[in-house]
Design a protein around this ligand. Structure first.
Ligand code: GDD
Ligand code: MN
Length: 415
């Protein structure tokens, strides 16, 4: 379901069905988008919109709403809204949300009748919201409502994203089984392996309890799968400052978790999809073109040294390779990674990048020869096929390690 919302607050309380606000062709506009809230007299912008995704939470919702309202009346008096997004729960949670909405003017409810899914429910709620700050909390009281105050304080201090974490001081889980602890940590390690630059930015990337500035994700095509909405926000949002507050994940008293193996498979799918979409393809193609130019430079210099100056084979091969590496470095520094080089001016930094580039390329050469030998001698592959596979793999190696090592911006300076 692809929806791009151009304006807000089209949801009404007790709306029996929420029609797609605007469904654009998937190819045109993949993903769900949140936009700045224009606001009108009847629906002025608010400071905070807190989304409560529900599926069969009828026995938890009233207590949660009561506790949240008391807290938010103190933290952001008359400047917040609570939006319950229910996926047509069989226990009719949406009906209770409607009844509560008649008691609490700050409460609104959305009932989705043809969609399911925690993360898309949250985004749907954000799309209908008016808040400058967007948040999410589970309905089952496993996220202690009181932590909302600490999250708000982090945002108030200037954080773009404030995450309730089980893995910082004051954090933890109640009496989770070893299997669940293992699964949760395992999922986190898998995320670190596939998306280190995203999952590694917070101590609890599995958290479903956080607040984020609307401007950090406004206009971004959010396209999550399954439960992990935070990873989508981290991967696609403009998030600079992240605050974390510790909380203890509580035991559920009523109802049961909806997590099944399907959510774990969706999590893997989500990671791989983000990995592909976040891969800097245009930069990689530039890097590949520079590498190709290096092949011509290498061959030309090798020819000049051998046939022009009669140099020995090894000396000619080494010098021509080094000239090609220098050629590639110049192009990469001025074109492929220009945006990163510009943030690290000065000869010393330039020369440091050149040395690192040399080191990575020479390591790539060793890798190249090793792969050719492995494929040809051990696996009996055709030598030219082996060579082509080696070139392809080493190109990825050279690109990724140079991006993360040689051109990584450590200390930004103009000097
Ligand atoms: N609208 C909607 N649609 N809500 C859903 C759906 C759905 O398909 N599935 C679950 N929810 C709601 C539940 O009603 C609850 O409010 C919240 O999402 C979390 O669902 P649980 O099934 O209780 O998840 P969990 O407790 O096993 O895991 C939670 O905690 C983890 C650690 O913070 C989730 O929040 C995970 O995302 C989180 O990683
Ligand atoms: Mn839960």
């Amino acid at each position: 379901m692809v929806v791009s919302v151009l304006s807000q607050t089209r949801t009404r309380m007790s709306q029996p069905k929420i029609a797609p606000i605007e469904t654009l062709p998937a190819i045109l506009n993949r993903g769900l988008r949140i936009y700045p809230h224009e606001g009108t007299a009847s629906d002025r912008p608010l400071k905070l919109s807190l989304i409560v995704p529900t599926y069969n939470e009828r026995r938890n919702l009233h207590q949660l709403v009561d506790r949240l309202m008391q807290l938010l009346d103190r933290v952001v008096p008359n400047d917040y809204e609570l939006i319950v997004v229910d996926d047509d729960s069989p226990d009719r949670t949406w009906e209770l949300a409607d009844i509560l909405a008649e008691t609490y003017p700050q409460l609104r409810s959305i009932r989705r009748c043809d969609e399911r899914g925690l993360s898309t429910a949250v985004i749907r709620g954000w799309q209908a919201s008016r808040g400058e700050i967007l948040g999410v909390i589970d309905a089952d009281l496993q996220h202690p409502p009181e932590v909302v105050t600490s999250l708000w304080l982090e945002i108030d201090r200037g954080a773009d994203l404030a995450v309730a974490s089980r893995h910082v001081e004051g954090g933890g889980v109640s009496d989770w089984s070893l299997a669940r602890r293992f699964l949760s940590r395992g999922a986190q390690l898998l995320g670190l392996a596939i998306l280190p630059g995203v999952v590694g930015r917070v101590s609890d990337p599995m958290s479903g309890f956080f607040m984020v500035r609307r401007e950090a994700i406004a206009g971004k095509a959010l396209d999550p799968v399954g439960y992990k909405i935070l990873i989508e926000v981290l991967g696609r949002g403009d998030i600079r400052w992240i605050g974390e507050v510790g909380y203890v994940f509580q035991e559920r008293n009523e109802g049961e978790s909806k997590v099944t193996w399907k959510q774990y498979l969706e999590y893997l799918h989500h990671l791989l999809r983000l990995r592909v979409t976040l891969f800097p393809l245009a930069r990689f193609l530039r890097f590949g073109m520079v590498g190709l130019s290096g092949v011509f430079v290498d061959m030309a210099v090798f020819y000049l040294l051998r046939d022009g100056l009669g140099w020995g084979l090894t000396r000619a091969a080494i010098l021509s390779a080094e000239v090609a590496i220098f050629n590639n470095f110049l192009w990469n520094d001025r074109w492929t990674f220009a945006d990163l080089s510009r943030r690290q001016r000065g000869w010393r930094k330039w020369f440091k990048r050149f040395l690192k580039f040399n080191f990575v390329c020479l390591a790539g050469l060793v890798l190249n020869v090793s792969i050719v030998n492995l494929l040809f001698n051990l696996l009996g592959a055709n030598e030219y096929v082996a060579k082509l596979i080696a070139i392809a793999l080493v190109t990825f190696w050279n690109f990724w390690v140079n991006l993360k090592l040689s051109w990584r911006v450590t200390d930004v300076s103009d000097g």
